[in-house]
Ligand binder design. Structure first.
Ligand code: MN
Length: 203
């Protein structure tokens, strides 16, 4: 079984003006596609691994043969992270009351959460991702380098932001903080809530 680019359930322009259509198109058809292609190449000759969902591979990285472990980590992570990220983006979605209550329980209030998430995303050195995860039953903000996913460290992601330059450079150039600020206008809270509820079941 070959991994495939998942369908993008909206137009490239759907997130304008916060994420421009050109960035979406290049990000999805070039960057994400490249991770998928390189993952498939890495898994050639490993039919039992080809059948496994990518989450399983990343959850048990130490069980991946050493020869392809880095390729699976980087490209499998790239595929999983982007597939997860696309579904988290939508304009004009309000946060659900129940999720807001959990954020208030674990961070104090929404503004503190927003500030902490933004600072982590803006301050991340180099390329990586900023995440809201469930860890030990509580919400927590973590950053990962490159294409690493928090599931490799036993956490359950419910929200993420791509802070690789390819995610924002065409429109924002060096102004990562503006990109992060605008991200908060296009969070698909319905999906975050779904990820949270699914995550609780997996605990
Ligand atoms: Mn990306």
């Amino acid at each position: 079984m070959k991994h495939k680019l998942p369908e993008l359930c909206y137009a490239y322009s759907a997130l304008e003006p916060f994420i421009d259509a050109k960035t979406m198109e290049v990000h999805y058809t070039k960057h994400h596609q490249a991770y998928v292609d390189k993952l498939n190449i890495a898994l050639e000759g490993y039919p039992n691994l080809q059948e496994k969902p990518i989450e399983k591979l990343l959850f048990n990285l130490e069980r991946i043969p050493e020869k392809i472990r880095t390729a699976v980590r980087n490209n499998g992570g790239g595929h999983l992270n982007h597939s997860f990220f696309w579904r988290l983006l939508k304009k004009n979605v309000k946060i659900k009351e129940n999720l807001l209550e959990v954020i208030e329980r674990d961070f104090g209030n929404f503004e503190i959460f927003r500030k902490e998430f933004s600072e982590k995303a803006v301050g991340l050195f180099g390329s990586g991702w900023c995440w809201l995860v469930i860890d030990d039953g509580k919400l927590k903000i973590v950053a990962t380098s490159n294409q690493d996913n928090p599931i490799s460290d036993g956490m359950i992601p419910i929200l993420c932001l791509d802070v690789w330059e390819h995610a924002y450079y065409l429109k924002y150039q060096n102004k990562r903080a503006d990109y992060v600020e605008n991200f908060f206008k296009i969070i698909n809270w319905e999906q975050v809530n779904k990820n949270y509820l699914d995550g609780l079941v997996r605990l």
